[in-house]
Structure formats: structure tokens, C-alpha cells
Design a protein around this ligand. Structure first.
Ligand code: PMP
Length: 353
């Protein structure tokens, strides 16, 4: 090893799900929305001429639109380039203690990557056998707490009593609730931000707003938290929000009718798909998200994953302890899910289960 190599910050990066190039694939592996964004987003006239200007560094129009939508003040909103950016900035800003931060052992696999990157000590807390978070695990002294609600990749939502319980036992650290999937069936902690100054609620446009490709995420919390994270962000890169993301982000949030319709469609498909999974011999925690985390009673997940891939249906498989017999299946259109069910039926029939 060369001496200078000791001076390189080394990290094992997060590995996102595959983004296959072929067009004829049924893509149920990265929790995207199967429907297009609001027609209002697609109808935004891109005044390309304006791209020669730097965008508004404070993304005021987008911050105001989000604040207005949620009935909070603009000082309570931070915007970023997808919730990954918001979360990365939050780790840097709010997890600054010698004590370990706490998060679940089975959760969004970016959390330990950011902790490693920023040298934040952390401890994971095991989900119980039903994949639920256990509030008392989060009572001990720590440097901060983060969990998704609904959790990923389990899809299981915790109720507000759980969130309150964690907050009540963690008054002197920042508690971050990652609500990437909340629109599909979780109970939001947004109603608690005035009551708990140390609560940060993080959301994304990538799932329920069908805008993963645009990269918009945001955080809501006490103005002191929002100022702190903005100070860090502006010390990093002033112009993170592009001009198209600002104008299209506003257009999306202003079209609530379309938003609600598309979310309801995904939820209805999920409910139908869950009953089909039961019929086919799968078990799964009741999903509050736009995916289902399923395990078959006899056929190993890895075999199903590989066979589905051969059949050009991509789902997500995690080769990790405790979850290596599960598949995380994103909810697609009715037609896509029917094709998947037909494939599963045929494949499982070839096994004598
Ligand atoms: N949080 C959770 C729990 C997620 O599953 C994801 C999606 N990978 C994200 C945050 C990040 O999503 P995005 O950066 O697209 O907003």
C-alpha cells in the first residue's frame, strides 16, 4: 500500500437497485411509481433560456409551495436533491455526538453508509420477529435516532404512539423520521413537529409523486433545525436545486387531485396483490408502502428472484442476515402485477410445494 493511500477517506458505498436499460422489463425493484407525474408537471413550459441563470439558491417557490401544502411555515421546510441528499445533510448536521446513533438492524441500507462516511458511531437495534421496531430499544443514551416509517424494506408502519414514545425518551437528541413511503399507508409524524422541537420529518417526491428522476426531497421541523441544516448545505453547495426541479416540484404539489388518485390506485393494486400472494403461499408484513416484503412458505426467495429475472421481471433480493428469504416487490400497474402473479403461479407449480 502506498503511504498516501492512508490519507484517502474510504467507504463501502451504498448499492442502489439495478436500472436495466432494456425497455421490455417489468421493473418492480426500486419502488418507483408505475404512473407518470402529474400532467401539470409535464406541462410546465421549460423556459430553457432561463437555464443560463443559476437557480434560486433558496428555492423559495418550492419551499413556499411545500409549506403551504402542509400548512406549516416556510421556515420549517428544507429542500434537497432527493431525500438521500436531505438525509445525508441531516446526518452531517444533526448526528455530531460521541455517543452512537440508533437505527433498526433491518432498515434503509444507506444509513450505515452515511454513518461510516461521516465517522458517526452507530448501533443497530434488532426488529422483533414480526419485523416491528421496539420502542424501549431506543431509550438508552444515544447521539440521535433515525428510522423510516413505514420501514424499508419491510413496508411495516409504526403508529404515532410508537413515534411519541421514542421522542419522549429522546428529548436531548435529534430524532429523524424518514417518511419516504408514508403516503401509501403510514401515519405521519408531521403533526408532532410543533410539539417536539427535536423532530425532523423527511419526505420525497420519488415514490408517491412519481418523480424519482427529478430528485426532490424535503425535511420539515422546527425553524432552528431547518436553519442548522441550511447552514451546512450552504457550506457545501449553494445551488443544489435545479431550475427544473423547482418549477416542476411546485407544479406537482399544486395538483393534489391527481396525487391522491395515483396513490389510491397504487394502494388498491397493493391490496389485490397481497391477497394473491396469500393465495400463492407467501407471507408478508401488512404493507403501508408501495411495495410488499414477501417470503414463500417452501420456495427460497433467491430461486424465485432468479427465475423472475429470467422472465424479465425484476424484484429486489437482499442477501443479508434475517431477510435473505424475502423479496421486496414494488407495486406496478395492475397489468404488471397480473403478469407477475401469473409467472409466480407457473413457477411455483413447477416446484412441488
Ligand atoms: N428513504 C428510504 C427509506 C428509501 O427507501 C429511499 C429510496 N431509496 C430513500 C429514502 C431515498 O429516496 P430519494 O433519494 O429518491 O428521495
Amino acid at each position: 500500500m502506498k503511504p498516501w493511500e492512508n490519507n484517502i477517506r474510504k467507504v463501502v458505498p451504498y448499492v442502489p437497485g439495478e436500472q436495466p436499460k432494456e425497455k421490455d422489463i417489468i421493473k418492480l425493484n426500486t419502488n418507483e411509481n408505475p404512473y407518470p407525474p402529474s400532467p401539470k408537471v409535464l406541462g410546465v413550459k421549460q423556459e430553457l433560456e432561463r437555464l443560463r441563470f443559476y437557480p434560486d439558491p433558496v428555492a423559495k417557490d418550492l419551499v413556499d409551495a411545500i409549506a403551504n401544502y402542509h400548512g406549516i411555515s416556510s421556515e420549517q421546510v428544507f429542500v434537497g436533491v432527493g431525500s438521500d441528499d436531505v438525509l445525508a445533510m441531516s446526518f452531517l448536521t444533526f448526528f455530531n455526538s460521541e455517543k452512537p446513533i440508533f437505527f433498526p438492524d433491518i432498515t434503509y441500507s444507506f444509513y450505515d453508509v452515511w454513518a461510516d462516511l461521516y465517522r458517526i458511531p452507530y448501533e443497530t437495534k434488532a426488529l422483533n420477529d414480526d419485523f416491528q421496531l421496539v420502542a424501549s430499544d431506543y431509550y438508552a443514551a444515544n447521539g440521535g435516532v433515525i428510522f423510516p416509517n413505514p420501514n424499508a424494506p419491510t413496508g411495516l408502519a409504526a403508529d404515532l404512539d410508537f413515534v411519541r414514545d421514542v421522542l419522549d425518551h429522546n428529548q436531548d437528541v435529534i430524532v429523524i423520521v424518514d417518511e419516504a413511503y408514508v403516503d401509501f399507508g403510514g401515519e405521519s409524524a408531521l403533526s408532532l413537529i410543533d410539539e417536539y422541537e427535536n423532530l425532523l420529518v423527511v419526505r420525497t417526491y420519488s415514490k408517491s409523486r412519481s418523480m424519482a428522476g427529478m430528485r426532490i426531497g424535503y425535511a420539515m421541523g422546527n425553524p432552528a433545525l431547518i436553519k442548522a441544516i441550511n447552514d451546512v448545505k450552504y457550506s457545501f453547495n449553494s445551488y443544489t436545486m435545479s431550475y427544473p426541479s423547482i418549477v416542476m416540484g411546485v407544479a406537482s404539489i399544486e395538483d393534489d387531485v391527481y396525487f391522491k388518485e395515483m396513490v389510491a390506485k397504487v394502494v388498491a393494486t397493493r391490496e389485490w396483490f397481497e391477497t394473491e400472494l396469500t393465495r400463492l403461499g407467501f407471507t408478508y408484513p401488512k404493507s403501508g408502502a408501495n411495495f410488499v416484503f414477501a417470503s414463500h412458505k417452501t420456495v427460497p426467495a433467491k430461486e424465485i428472484f432468479e427465475a423472475a429475472r429470467e422472465a424479465k421481471i425484476y424484484v429486489r433480493y437482499f442477501n443479508k442476515p434475517r431477510i435473505d428469504n424475502h423479496l421486496r416487490i414494488s407495486i406496478g400497474t395492475d397489468e404488471e402485477m397480473q403478469t407477475l402473479v401469473k409467472f409466480l403461479e407457473e413457477f411455483l407449480n413447477t416446484k412441488d410445494n
